[in-house]
Write a protein that binds this ligand. Structure first.
Ligand SMILES: NC(=O)c1ccc[n+]([C@@H]2O[C@H](COP(=O)([O-])OP(=O)(O)OC[C@H]3O[C@@H](n4cnc5c(N)ncnc54)[C@H](O)[C@@H]3O)[C@@H](O)[C@H]2O)c1
Length: 357
């Protein structure tokens, strides 16, 4: 079975604007903090929603000018303090992960809602203060685990949660991509340093741990094996293997950042059937009887920006009180604890409790 994108509801329209919302709710002022690789994408994709006016904040003067000119952004600030002289309704934090929590606290204190890039942070410092500030200032927080906006993952999750495949008992994640092809500057950015959020576990594995958590619940214990195998010019791990328990579900993950195929598969085996996300083919498939063909649903023509436009619309819907965060603060803290446990386990080879029970 093949579905076109046009079969999705207006709120989940990929690649086109959510026109209804633009007409009913006032335009919001959204600040993009950091307009490097992903910040530029957020800026472009929030612009595509047609629901916001944008400003940006970037410490690199050349980049600040170039992106402001390219996207016609009038207000481009050199630092967050200047940007907060006129507090925006909301902000996207797209700086290295080590800056996410202090920036989120400063923004929340100013009454600004925040969409924080993944991973939430590189440690647990400041988490309690962020929780307290968010509650006191009554601001909304979402964390940008963008896979949750992929229609194939969403469809597979709905089917799992409906009980169609029985009780999930096993998950197998296999993924890899040629990072230098997609991120030639990897040696110069946060990626080179674990303390800034670098390495395969915090940069890439975190996406899949968060996605599986969304399907079957959080990781409560794990053991990891990771190493630097191939990528030139850095010493952080570029290969990671993980065995994990998501409650009663046994999971395994394998990931590298140098293979030619750009692939992600997540297989969930249930007591009544098996389903598999093939992200690189924008499809998910299922089989409930042995020796029968896979059945599948494919979402044709999806572009990477489409997921970010969907994420931007979901965030704006949340600000309009029409939706819960797709990944809220507490869920992102659970993934952060899994990241930290995986790093610690990779270093000493021991099973780790994440504290998520
Ligand atoms: N969701 C995804 O698919 C995805 C992809 C890539 C990166 N990310 C995440 O996004 C974050 C940023 O990654 P990136 O690849 O865009 O990195 P990047 O280095 O390309 O961009 C970060 C930008 O932040 C700016 N910056 C640093 N400190 C600042 C400050 N104090 N004030 C204002 N600007 C500041 C830098 O000058 C830089 O331009 C990381 O947490 C990363 O893990 C997510």
């Amino acid at each position: 079975m093949t579905s076109s994108l046009h079969g999705l509801s207006s709120r989940e329209t990929y690649g086109t604007l959510s026109i209804g919302a633009a007409m009913t709710s006032p335009e919001k002022h959204v600040l993009i903090v950091g307009v490097g690789s992903i910040g530029e994408r957020h800026l472009r994709c929030f612009q595509r929603t047609g629901r916001v006016r944008l400003s940006l904040c970037e410490i690199n003067p050349e980049l600040r000018r170039r992106i402001a000119d390219q996207y016609g952004v009038e207000r481009a600030y050199a630092d967050l303090d200047s940007a907060l002289a006129d507090p925006p309704d909301a902000a996207v934090i797209a700086t290295p992960a080590s800056l996410h929590i202090p920036m989120a606290i400063q923004l929340a204190e100013a009454g600004t809602h925040v969409l924080i890039e993944k991973p939430l942070s590189t440690g647990l410092d400041g988490i309690d203060e962020l929780r307290e500030t968010v509650a006191r200032r009554k601001v909304c927080v979402a964390v940008a685990y963008v896979l949750r906006h992929h229609p194939a993952l969403r469809a597979m999750r709905e089917a799992i949660r409906s009980g169609r495949f029985g009780r999930p008992v096993q998950v197998v994640v296999v993924t890899g991509q040629h990072f230098p092809k997609y991120r030639p500057a990897y040696r110069e950015i946060y990626y080179r340093d674990r303390a800034m959020g670098g390495g395969a576990i915090q940069d890439a594995l975190t996406h899949t741990m968060n996605a599986v958590q969304w399907l079957v619940g959080p990781i409560d214990r794990l053991i990891a094996d990771a190493a630097h195998q191939v990528l030139e010019g850095v010493e952080v791990e570029d290969t990671a293997h993980l065995l994990a328990r998501h409650g009663d579900v046994l999971a395994s993950y394998s990931l590298n950042q140098y293979q030619a195929p750009n692939e992600l598969t997540i297989t969930v085996v249930g007591t009544e059937g098996t389903c598999r996300l093939e992200l690189h083919r924008h499809r998910w498939a299922w089989m409930t009887e042995p020796d029968t063909p896979w059945q599948e649903q494919t979402f044709e023509g999806l572009q990477r920006d489409d997921l970010f436009v969907a994420q931007a619309n979901a965030f704006l819907d949340m600000l309009d009180g029409e939706a819960e965060p797709t990944c809220g603060l507490e869920e992102a803290i659970q993934t952060l604890k899994a990241n930290l446990a995986a790093l610690a386990s990779a270093d000493d080879g021991q099973w780790k409790l994440t504290g998520n029970k």
